[in-house]
Design a protein. Structure first.
Length: 590
């Protein structure tokens, strides 16, 4: 599009981006024909009055021919379009730029007809005649501003072509009155050009403002719809989560009633433990989903040896596969990728776990294939398959196609939802192919990198992976303000052979640290009083430099916990006994 010198600087649309000049031009050109229709009548009326005033000086047939020529100069385009429509002549769509050129040409033809006519009919001997022409030309020029300001280039063409011939003719005349009239017409032309420029800017700003308002309304509507959908999704999420959380809690209450009755019922105690494990798993996954949605997980990208990761997954799930009579294999590969190893393994672990859960015969195969410049890490099973209409639904929270009774033994329904969120976070696209009754393949699209000259990244064996049954020895200070958690933790540590001192706030903890030596300090983060857990642990390391371990326990998200010393491990609540024992064993057993 050719730039228009009269166009204002492009305004900013919502979001800060420049509003395209093409949109402003298209609206301006669209409004111009409508504005010009009224000027046709005005021109014809003005010309008719002028012809009536000149009837004494020129023959009627000449004035009639002149009027007919003026009407033709204004309407020839309309007549041509009407004839083409009657003859059903098809024409390609016209771009705004082409329409602008066409309107500018039509304006030039009409203005040139007026300008040449004013020179032809100019007669200084008849004093009123130049005055009549100046009056009609000035009125026509002023009346055209409202229409031509929609497209300033048309105005720049129309006004000088309309007025300049008459003004120059008057200036070269020998009569002073004519020269004065010529100067006046040139001044009028300059004023109309200036006024037209300002009017054009106002129109352009109005059009731009209308577009900005429309865009703002659309953006608000989109945000309102997204907010409504997010609230609906949150409601569905919490409804499903509360249902699944309520089930193990209700079962635990019933088993607790059995145990409280005094009956020695090991089966009830074992089932209660299973309910606690189920509740713990669900809470952990729900909190993971919440942290991902809140943007509180930051990937740490490193080179990852895919073969090492797949081998670790096979070792992790081989027992579960063998229990169902399935084969779990990983194809050999030398491929490397760049990703967060812990998060990538978490995604693949969820996919492998799902594949084993929904496969009854056959097996699960892990493999890697090149795909363009990247790689596809695939988890393929020979399970029940996923119907095509459910491919999108399986990535939603708490969706389990074959678990209508919500049996917690069949998972939480959050595994694939977690995979989808981690894929977005890491920039790894998830692909699903499935045939009902024959099996499913999930593929992660990851970048491919060259093998670095460093050892393979440790894909993160769990700290609780190696725990012995040996008794622990040492003195532990437990700082926990919740009496039930404090008593339960103290009882557990005592059963492991440790001496325990338990306090409920930071001030009492500091008092104990000043007078008693401790091997380990376990502190909650949020504590009543002026001292939080990080403050207690920092002071403990100063007061007792020989202390073997300081551990912070919290149910908060990582970004809320601040000023944690670098050598202090953080255990998320609910703390798993196996993980806690493994951590203590690594520091208290020689």
């Amino acid at each position: 599009m050719r730039p228009d010198p009269a166009l204002p600087a492009q305004p900013l649309a919502p979001g800060g981006s420049a509003l395209p000049a093409e949109r402003i031009l298209a609206d301006s050109i669209g409004a111009l024909p409508r504005a010009l229709r009224g000027s046709i009548v005005t021109n014809v009326v003005a010309a008719s009055l002028l012809a009536f005033a000149m009837r004494e000086w020129y023959p009627a047939w000449g004035l009639a021919a002149w009027l007919a020529g003026l009407v033709l100069a204004q309407t020839w385009r309309l007549l041509f379009n009407h004839a083409a429509h009657r003859l059903r002549i098809s024409r390609p769509p016209t771009s705004p730029e082409h329409k602008a050129d066409r309107l500018a040409w039509d304006a030039f033809i009409l203005a040139a007809y007026w300008g040449i006519s004013s020179v032809f009919f100019f007669d200084a001997q008849r004093a009123l005649q130049p005055f009549y022409w100046a009056l009609v030309l000035g009125g026509t020029a002023a009346g055209s501003i409202g229409a031509h300001a929609h497209h300033p280039r048309t105005m720049w063409i129309f006004l000088p072509t309309l007025i300049a011939p008459f003004a120059l003719r008057a200036l070269v005349d020998t009569h002073n009155d004519s020269r004065f009239l010529g100067v006046g017409m040139l001044l009028l032309l300059a004023y109309l050009l200036y006024y037209g420029k300002q009017h054009a800017r106002t129109l352009q700003r109005m059009i731009a403002l209308r577009h900005e308002n429309s865009a703002l309304v659309e953006e608000l509507q989109t945000q309102a719809l997204a907010l409504h959908e997010a609230n609906a999704a949150k409601s569905r999420f919490f409804a499903a989560a509360s249902h699944d959380l309520r089930q193990p809690l209700q079962a635990m209450g019933l088993y607790l009633s059995v145990i409280s009755s005094g009956d020695n019922n090991p089966k009830a105690l074992a089932r209660m433990g299973q309910c606690m494990e189920s509740l713990d798993r669900l809470l952990e996954v729900v909190m993971d989903i919440s942290r991902l949605d809140a943007g509180q997980v930051t990937p740490q990208y490193r080179p990852v040896c895919i073969a090492s990761m797949l081998h670790s997954l096979v070792n992790m799930y081989e027992a579960a596969a063998q229990q169902k009579g399935l084969q779990l294999r990983a194809h050999p590969t030398k491929a490397w990728t760049s990703s967060d190893p812990a998060l990538l393994e978490r995604m693949l672990a969820n996919l492998v776990s799902n594949a084993i859960r929904y496969t009854s015969t056959g097996g699960v195969l892990l493999g890697v294939r090149p795909h363009g410049e990247g790689l596809r890490i695939m988890v393929t099973d020979t399970g029940i398959g996923i119907p095509a209409h459910a491919h999108a639904a399986v990535f939603e929270e708490f969706v389990q196609l074959n678990n209508y009774e919500r049996d917690p033994a069949q998972g939480t329904g959050l595994g694939l939802a977690t995979v989808q969120r981690l894929a977005v976070l890491l920039g790894h696209r998830v692909e699903l192919h499935s045939t009902l009754g024959r099996g499913t393949t999930f593929a992660l699209h990851v970048p491919r990198i060259a093998s670095p000259a460093v050892p393979a990244v440790d894909t993160g064996a769990d700290l609780a992976g190696t725990v012995s049954a040996a008794a622990l020895q040492g003195h532990v200070l437990v700082v926990e303000d919740n009496p039930m958690v404090q008593n339960a933790l103290a009882s557990l540590l005592s059963r492991w052979g440790l001496r325990v001192t338990a306090v409920e706030n930071g001030a009492l903890a500091l008092h104990e640290l000043e007078r008693t030596a401790f091997d380990v300090v376990l502190s909650d983060w949020r504590l009543p009083g002026p001292h939080d857990g990080t403050s207690v642990l920092r002071t403990a390391k100063i007061l007792q430099p020989g202390m073997k371990l300081a551990v912070l326990m919290t149910g908060e998200d990582e970004h809320h916990v601040t000023e944690v010393p670098g050598d202090v491990p953080v255990l998320r609540k609910p703390v798993r006994p196996l993980r806690l024992r493994a951590l203590l064993q690594s520091h208290l057993v020689p």
